[in-house]
Design a protein around this ligand. Structure first.
Ligand code: NI
Length: 147
């Protein structure tokens, strides 16, 4: 019996980059602060970040992300409004975490998934709701497209 094993391996390429010494010094200090042990991984992360951003530009692309909201729950009807919106867009929202930060403030983190255009819409509607003090959509990837 003959068994054929097919492994799909990515090919590692080495590149040379010409870069201004001052700029490289600043980059090295930055990546040291962030805990990178070598430049290669820092460069790879920068490239991945740009590729993820690019994915989000296409309205039909499937994406995942989180929406973070901070609001004062004493604002009249705000809790109800935010809940209504989340029910309107329930297909895009996978999970919600609610934290009572202090006597007045709430933090909500929503995990969102779907077409880029739909996920952005949910985030825009929630963040622009009157009474939300701060909101941010964080974009990420399902990871399948990245090495
Ligand atoms: Ni709360």
């Amino acid at each position: 019996m003959q068994v054929i094993i097919c492994l799909r391996m990515s090919v590692l390429s080495r590149i040379g980059v010409a870069i201004d010494s001052d700029l490289l010094d600043k980059f090295d200090r930055l990546i040291l602060q962030r805990g990178y042990t070598n430049r290669s991984e820092a460069f790879r992360d920068l490239i991945r970040d740009e590729l993820v951003e690019k994915t989000w530009e296409s309205p039909e692309s499937q994406v995942v992300g989180t929406v973070t909201l901070v609001y004062d729950h004493h604002v009249r009807m705000l809790n109800e409004k935010l809940t209504d919106i989340q029910h309107d867009y329930h297909r895009s929202i996978l999970s919600t975490l609610h934290v009572h930060l202090d006597h007045d403030h709430c933090l909500e983190v929503l995990v969102v998934r779907g077409k880029s255009v739909e996920v952005r819409k949910v985030a825009d509607v929630l963040i622009s709701t009157k009474g939300v003090k701060h909101g941010r959509l964080t974009i990420t990837t399902t990871g399948t497209e990245l090495k």
